[in-house]
Write a protein that binds this ligand. Sequence first.
Ligand code: NAP
Length: 574
Amino acid sequence: MMRLAAHHVLALESSIVKATSHNGFITKSLNCLSAAFTTGVNATVPGKLHICVVGSGPAGFYTVDRLLKRYGDAVHISVLDRLPTPFGLVRSGVAPDHQDTKNVINQFGSVAADPRVSFHGNVLVGRDVDVSELRALHHAVVLAYGAESDRRLGIPGEEPSVGSTDGGGGGGGGGVFSAREFVWWYNGHPDAAHLPIDLSKVRSVAICGIGNVALDCARALLAPPARFVPTDMAAHALAQLAGRGGPGFGGGGAAGSSVREVHLVARRGPVQAACTPKELKELLTECGVSARTAAPDQLVVSEADAAEMKATRLKRRVHELVTRAVADAAEAAGAGGAAKGAEEEAARRDLFFQFYRNPVEIRREGPDGAVTGLRVERTVVRPDGPGGASVAVGSGEYDTIECQLVLKSIGYKSLPLQGVAFDSRRGVVVHREGRVLKQASPADTLNSGAAAAANGGGAAPATDLGLYVVGWLKRGPTGIIGTNLVDADETAASLVADTDALVRAAEMTHGSAGPPGLGGLSALLRQRGVRVVDWRRWRMLDEQEVAAGRAMGRVREKVTEVREMLRRAGFEMQ
Ligand code: NAP
C-alpha cells in the first residue's frame, strides 16, 4: 500500500481526462480512484496498470518507452536492475571509444525520470525478490535482463586448472576469459573489475570468433591508448593499456601493456565473417595495425564465396577491406621494412587474421598451467549446414598459435530464472511474440522443448498470462542496440493487447483496487533491508562520476565497486 505522491495525483487526474478514450479497465477503476482521493488515506494507485520491467538495459528502457506511449498516464512502471547503475549493455558492453552509441542514455534517462517510472537499482531478482512475488505485485512483469553468461568452446584447457587462484596474463592456470568478461573488465563492471588480467605479461592474444565483440576487444588491445583516455574506459584498464606514466596518468606504477599481436581466429572464411564492414574498417584504418593473414591462400575466393559476395554487399565489403589492409601492410613492409628504426618497430602492432581455423585446445604448458598457445584445426567450408548453409569441416591438419591470453568471443548467453520456461540449448526464454510460454514443471524448466511438452507435445503451447520477455533474453545475443526498438515494439504490443485479460486476472486476486504495484514493491524491499538505488540516488553517483572524469579531461571516471557505488549514492556504509 502506498501514499499518493503529488506526481501520482497529477498523473491520475490526467488519466481521468483520458479515461473516456481508453478501454474498460480505467473507467472501471475510476470510482476507486476518486475514493482514494477523497479519503486521503494510504491507498494503492487504482486505475493504473502496474508493470515491472526486470533489467534497465536498452531492451528494458525501449519497452518502458513504448508502454508509456501506449498507456499514457494509465500506467506505472517499476524498473529493476541488479546493479546500482542503470543502462546495462550501454554502460558495460558498448566499447568506450563508441561514445556516440552511448548517447542513447540521454533518451533512457528522460524515460527513467518520468513520474510514471520508478527505478530500483541494486535489486537482484532471485535474491532480494522472486519473480512470483513481482507477479503478485503487478499486472505484468517484463523480463529484460539480457545475457550475462557465455557460450563455451567445450575444448581442453578452457577451464582454469584445479586449485589455481590467479589468472590472466599468462600465470596461474587462468589466461582464458570470455570476451564478455574482458569487455566488462575494461568497462568497469563490478563483477569483472578484479579479474586477474595482467597485460604486462602478454605479448600475443588469440581471440576466438570474428564478430563485432571480437573487434571491440582487438581495438582495446591494439589501438594507441590515447584513443581511450578521453572516454569512460575503467581507470584500471586504462592504466594497464597506457602504463601509469602514460597519457592521462601521472606517476609510476603499472608497467603498461606488452601486447604486440592479436590473432582473430575464425572457423570459417572472410566471406562468412560475422563482423560488419564499418567496425572492421575502424579497426583496420584507425588503430595503426599491420594486418596479416595466417597463410597466403586465406583470401582466395571459392565459387560459393563468389556467389555469396555477389548476393550480399556487406560480405563483399568485408572481403575487400581485409584484402586491401593485408596488401597495404605487405607493401609498407616491403618498401620501408629494412629502413625501420627500432622505435617504429617497437610501436608496431600486428593483427593476424586466422581464417579457416577451429580452436581445438588451449595449451597450458607454462608455469602453473599458464597459457602458451591455442591449438587450431584447419578447416574447409562446405555447404553442409541446414538449407545448404556453409559450415566449417575439419581437415585433420593442426597449427598452434603462440599466445599468453585467449579471449572466447563466440557469443553471450542468457541465464535461466526460477519459475520461467527456458530453452537451455538456445539460452533464451521460451516465448511467442514476447509472451512467455508456460513451463512444463519446475523440474523441467531448464529443458529445451519443455514448454511444448507441457502442452501435449503437438499442441500450441499456452502463454503464461502476465509474463513477457524482450531483448537478448528473448531472441538470443544478436543485433545492435537499435534492434531492441523493434523487439520492444512487439513485446509492448502483446502486453497492450492483453490489457483486459491482465486487469480481469488481477481483479480476481486483488479486487477492483488491483495489485499493490510500486507501494507493495517498495514496502517489500524495505522490509527486507534492500538498499534500493532510486533515480535520485543514481543521479548522485552519476554526477560524481562525471565530475571526477571532467577533472581529468575524461567523459566519466567510473566507480567499479558496488559498495563504493552505494556510498556515493548516499547510503551510510560501515
Ligand atoms: P556474433 O556476431 O554472433 O559472432 C560470434 C563469432 O563466434 C562468429 O565468428 C562465430 O563463427 C564464432 N563462433 C560461434 N561459435 C563458435 C565455436 N563453437 N567455435 C568457434 N567459433 C565460434 O557475436 P558477438 O561478436 O558476440 O556479437 C553479438 C551481437 O552484438 C552481434 O549482433 C553484433 O553485431 C553486435 N555488436 C555490435 C557492435 C557494433 O555495432 N559496433 C559491437 C558489438 C556487438 P561462425 O560465424 O562460424 O558461427
